[in-house]
Design a binder for this molecule. Sequence first.
Ligand SMILES: Nc1ncnc2c1ncn2[C@@H]1O[C@H](COP(=O)(O)OP(=O)(O)OP(=O)(O)O)[C@@H](O)[C@H]1O
Length: 249
Amino acid sequence: MLPTSADCHQHIIEMDNLSFNYGGRDVIRDLNYQVRERDFVGVIGANGAGKTTLLRMIVGLLTPTAGEIRLFGQPVRRFKDWERIGYVPQKNALNPLFPATVREVVQSGLYNNKSLLRRVGRAEQRKCEDAMEVMRITSIANSRVGELSGGQQQRVFLARALINHPDLLILDEPTVGIDAETQKGFFELITHMHAHHHMTLLMVSHDLDMIHDYLGPEPVQKCGGVHFYSRHSHEAQDCAEDNLRHTLI
Ligand SMILES: Nc1ncnc2c1ncn2[C@@H]1O[C@H](COP(=O)(O)OP(=O)(O)OP(=O)(O)O)[C@@H](O)[C@H]1O
């Protein structure tokens, strides 16, 4: 049977009957949702609805009370390909004495956090310079990251997440504390990466205008107070091509 437009792309994140509670109080209850390759999923909800809790389960920092999450088909607890995923948590406030420079922190994204101060080759330096340029932090490349403002630090962590061109980018309120111009540039960048480079994105945001403009007016799924908005890049065209390939092979 030929794939339909709904199923011709790999599931990147699968959440099956997922629940989480803190001390017996349900935060996420019985969530079933799949993020497919090339989806851009926006997660909206009031403060305390459970959005950060959900992202922390997806990246393996919290264990579900019930149900399962799979990443690229693997249960999270067995998943090893973390370099395929860029994750920027909410509020990365750093100790002012944190010794690394902006450049070193951005470069560390190449090594999945294994070594902050490892030597890098020319191609890797180029990637780092590109990521810093995109996030407009080149002029502070040699500053100690602990001494920067919250918004500047956030841009450093975004550059670090982008440096590897991850297959899946997970962002928890990525533009909080960032000035309007950089915010606009950042949204242009991620929507471009979605539409033209087919990156898969999962983003928690309170920016309803951006979510509605890019992802549409209605959520595709709701779980308690957590609402999911979604848009797929080039769905019809890609799937028509895939169907054709299936027919020809
Ligand atoms: N470690 C914890 N122990 C107990 N309760 C917690 C813990 N962390 C979060 N909570 C509670 O779980 C609920 C969900 O929190 P979560 O941070 O996931 O919400 P959120 O939707 O991301 O909120 P916000 O928009 O404010 O970031 C909140 O009521 C919060 O108080």
